[in-house]
Design a protein around this ligand. Structure first.
Ligand SMILES: [Zn+2]
Length: 219
């Protein structure tokens, strides 16, 4: 009976064009399960918000996102389909994959921002903006001789990322698409720096470095 939760939530108005692959009766676009025979349906081409049963909004209710995801992931748990036929197992696995993709995209503000531009058809080919901060931080990483220097770069990049995400949300809310594209291009650079910090830390890991973080802080 546990599938019923998913069925009730996701059986909307039947769409005349869509039919259950098993019983051939009409099903709605958002239906995970057929209203008539209870069979899991194929993945439909719906947006990430609809897939998670959420309202399409840039300011996402993250608690609702987590709750919806947890409930749907439980519904699509492969364990529930092990005794089903190959067709149902395959559809369940693909549904879970689509659900995970939707969830991963919406929970990350940067990915959500980029996706928002995409569904609003407002992606511009923004040439990687010459963000002075990114250049400065990259130079600092290249010159870093102590782990503490990597940490300081990471801290500044982290702050820049936080501020950038807020500015991005503001731009998306006010539909300043040009600005949003620009901020995203800059944040790509900042994210790149955060990835490079990992390499910097490995390079200067204890055993390779000549100073402790405490010594660095005193300089
Ligand atoms: Zn059916």
């Amino acid at each position: 009976m546990s599938n019923v939760v998913g069925m009730n939530e996701f059986v909307g108005m039947a769409n005349g064009d869509l039919h259950c692959w098993l019983c051939q009766k009409p099903v709605s676009t958002r239906a995970l399960f057929c209203h008539h025979c209870g069979t899991i349906q194929a993945v439909r081409d719906i947006d990430h918000f609809a897939r998670l049963g959420l309202e399409r909004r840039i300011d996402l209710d993250t608690d609702a996102l987590e709750k919806q995801y947890a409930a749907l992931a439980r519904t699509l748990d492969p364990q529930r389909f092990v005794i089903r036929g190959m067709g149902e197992r395959t559809h369940a696995a693909k549904q879970l994959e689509a659900l995970n993709e939707a969830y991963e995209t919406l929970r990350d503000p940067l990915r959500r921002g980029r996706y928002w531009l995409q569904i609003n058809a407002q992606i511009f080919d923004e040439t990687a903006a010459a963000n002075p901060l990114v250049h400065e931080l990259r130079a600092a990483l290249t010159d870093a001789a102590e782990p503490g220097q990597c940490d300081r770069v990471a801290q500044r990049a982290g702050q820049a990322l936080q501020q950038g995400v807020m500015a991005l949300m503001q731009a998306l809310r006010s539909q300043d698409w040009r600005q949003a594209n620009q901020i995203l291009a800059e944040l790509d650079g900042v994210e790149g720096i955060l990835n490079e910090v990992r390499g910097c830390r490995v390079k200067l890991a204890p055993g390779n470095d000549k100073g402790t973080p405490e010594e660095v802080l005193m300089t």
